[in-house]
Design a protein around this ligand. Structure first.
Ligand SMILES: Nc1ncnc2c1ncn2[C@@H]1O[C@H](COP(=O)(O)OP(=O)(O)O)[C@@H](O)[C@H]1O
Ligand SMILES: Cc1ncsc1CCOP(=O)(O)O
Ligand SMILES: [Mg+2]
Length: 268
């Protein structure tokens, strides 16, 4: 078994054995999808966003996932408290800037959150990563108008400014930390036809970060597992409704052999 496949499998086994509690402050669209994906992978999800309880909840969790998809001022208050507490406790924080670039509110809140408590990993599509890096990039709401290649320079800049890992998803997923770059060519175009697949990638990154403190590796492994499970699901039936369900089954049934057979990872 190649070293990288083995390392991915080791993380999957750790998630399955430890079932880390993943605290998600996420959007109403994907709460169910991402909770089920975390469960299918082997983690233990909770969706908790009330400002009154997030600090207490972070303290008992193994990672925090923050997603701005359906933002409002109450969510923002909860995100700020949770991110600050997670940083103070040394817990990994993963951030998904859904739809940043589309509105002034999303842009301002994203910058405030990054400044207050820089996350360990940022995962977005190309439009989001370019917008977050300060480029005047066009977005189509929560969907990207660019291929992931277009955002590599922006991801490098973001990684350097916030000292974090940056993931740009798309047909090829790029994982960037300073000069470290990994590219994953797994996945299937149908994944972009199911809402919440990007948010799911972000949530799974939280589970991998809970068991692997090298967050570049954790993000790379999460994106590899996303892509491989997406391929397996699309091969069962190439239709979006079925893909949603078959994706969960593929995560649950994932084996070391499947990862070795399918992994398309290049690192530089
Ligand atoms: N054309 C594609 N080919 C292969 N995989 C894809 C493709 N588009 C998206 N994906 C996969 O779907 C998931 C969500 O990515 P993306 O659609 O970029 O995020 P978002 O939903 O945030 O816009 C990622 O795992 C990514 O690799
Ligand atoms: C459709 C939509 N609207 C607000 S959040 C959201 C979900 C976006 O999820 P993803 O970026 O993973 O497709
Ligand atoms: Mg998204």
């Amino acid at each position: 078994m190649a070293q990288s496949s083995q390392a991915i499998w080791t993380d999957v086994e750790h998630i399955r054995v430890q079932a880390p509690l993943i605290h998600n402050i996420t959007n109403f669209v994907v709460m169910n999808n991402t909770a089920n994906a975390l469960l299918a992978l082997g983690a233990s999800p909770a969706m908790v966003h009330a400002p009154e309880e997030v600090e207490e909840f972070v303290a008992i969790s193994s990672a925090l996932v923050v997603n701005i998809g359906t933002l409002d001022s109450t969510f923002v208050a909860g995100m700020k408290l949770a991110m600050q507490r997670a940083k103070a406790l040394g817990k990994p924080v993963v951030f998904d800037p859904v739809g940043v670039g589309a509105t002034t509110f999303r842009n301002q809140v994203s910058q405030e959150l990054l400044t207050l408590a820089a996350p360990d990993v940022i995962r977005g599509n190309a439009s989001e990563i370019m917008a977050l890096a300060g480029l005047n990039a066009q977005t189509k709401g929560v969907d990207s108008l660019f291929g992931s290649d277009a955002a590599i320079d922006a991801a490098k800049r973001l990684s350097s400014v916030w000292s974090c890992v940056v993931v740009v998803s798309g047909a090829v997923d790029y994982i960037i930390q300073g000069e470290r770059v990994a590219a994953i060519a797994n996945g299937h175009p149908l994944m972009a036809k199911v809402t919440g697949m990007g948010c799911t990638a972000t949530a799974l990154t939280g589970a991998f970060a809970a068991v692997n403190t090298d967050y570049f590796q954790a993000a790379t492994h999460a994106m590899a597992v996303m892509g491989i499970a997406g391929e397996l699901a699309a091969e069962q039936k190439s239709a979006p409704g079925s893909l949603q369900v078959n994706f969960l089954d593929a995560l649950h049934e994932l084996t070391a052999a499947t990862i070795t057979d399918r992994l398309q990872l290049t690192q530089s």
